[in-house]
Design a protein around this ligand. Sequence first.
Ligand code: SAH
Length: 344
Amino acid sequence: MTEIVEKLYNTGNLSDGELKLLIETDSECVSSLIVKYADETRRKYYGRKVFLRGLIEISSYCRNDCFYCGIRRSNRNAERYRLSRAEILSCCENGYELGFRTFVMQGGEDFCFTDDFMCSLISETKQKYPDCAVTLSLGERSYESYRRMKEAGADRYLLRHETASDELYRKLHPKEMSLANRKECLFNLRKLGYQVGSGFMVGVPFQTTENIIEDLRFLQELRPHMIGIGPFVPHHETPFAEEKGGTLELTLKILGILRLMFPKALIPATTALGTISPNGRELGLKTGCNVVMPNLSPVSVRKKYDLYDNKICTGEESAECRICLEKRIVSAGYEISSERGDAL
Ligand code: SAH
C-alpha cells in the first residue's frame, strides 16, 4: 500500500481503484506516510508560511434549505442577524489593525445583500485597504451579479461544490437546488477571473468512498485556487441531527491526498476540523494545510452563525482569536505570513 502513496507523491495522481484503497485502509503506516509527503510538498512550494483570512460572517438569513446546515430557512429556531455596512467596515478596520490582508465576507443567501449593496461595500473596502484581498462567499448568484462584484474589486470567491455526485447532492438538498447550477456558478466565477475556492464535507450522511473520488475528480476538472474541506458536524435542528459526523482520521487523510494532488492549492485548516478535535487545526497544518481563517465577526453575532453544533471560536474577541491561532500555528512548526497570500 505504501507504494500507492509513493506514486501519488511522485505523479500527483492515482487511478480510482488506488484512491479507493488509500481512502479505505486503516493502516497507520499509510496515514503517516501521507502526512510526511503532504508536509514535504507544502514546504516545497510554501515553506512554513500560513496565510490568515479574516472571516466576517455577514448574515445568518438564508433562502436555501440544505439539509445539513443549521441556518437553513426551515430552522425556525435559528436566530437571524444581518450586519450593517458600518458593522462590516468596522470588522475590516479591526482586522486590518490585527494584520489581516484578506477579508472573507461570508453569509447565507440573503436577498438583502443586493448587487448594489455588495458592490458599494466591496469598492469602499478596496479603496480603504488597497493592499488587501476581498473574498466573497455568498452562495449561488447570477453571472451578472458575480461580474458586477468582480468589477467592484472582489478578488476571490469561495463556493464549495458540496458533493460532485448528482445522486448524493439530491439527498443533501431540497429539490429546487441543483448540482448543475452550483457547478455552473463555479465555472462562471473562474471565467470572470476570480481566484476560486471549492470543496466538500467529509463524512456527510450517505457519502461513499466513490463519492469522495468523484469530488477529487471534479476538483481536477475545476482546478480551483483554494480547496476547503472539513468534517460534517451534525446540527441538532436539522434533518441530519441524529447522523454521525465526519471523523478526524478520514478528514486528515483526504487533506493529505488533496495536498499531493494539488501541490500549489491554498488549503485551510477549517474551524469544523478544530471543532471535532481540540488540536484538529494543528494536525491539519501538519497534513498540508496552509491557511487559517480566524473569526472577525462581532462577538455579539458569532453564536448565531450556527452552521453546526459546538462550533468553536464563538466566545472570544477577534484579537484573542488571532493570538490563539498564532500560538497554534507556531506550536505546529509553522509561521504566519503577513502577505495577502494569493495562489502561486
Ligand atoms: N451560503 C454560502 C456559505 C455557506 S457556509 C454558500 O452557499 O456557499 C460555508 C460552508 O459550511 C458550506 O459550504 C458547507 O460546506 C459548510 N457547512 C454547512 N453546514 C455544515 C455542517 N453541518 N457541518 C460542517 N460543515 C457545514
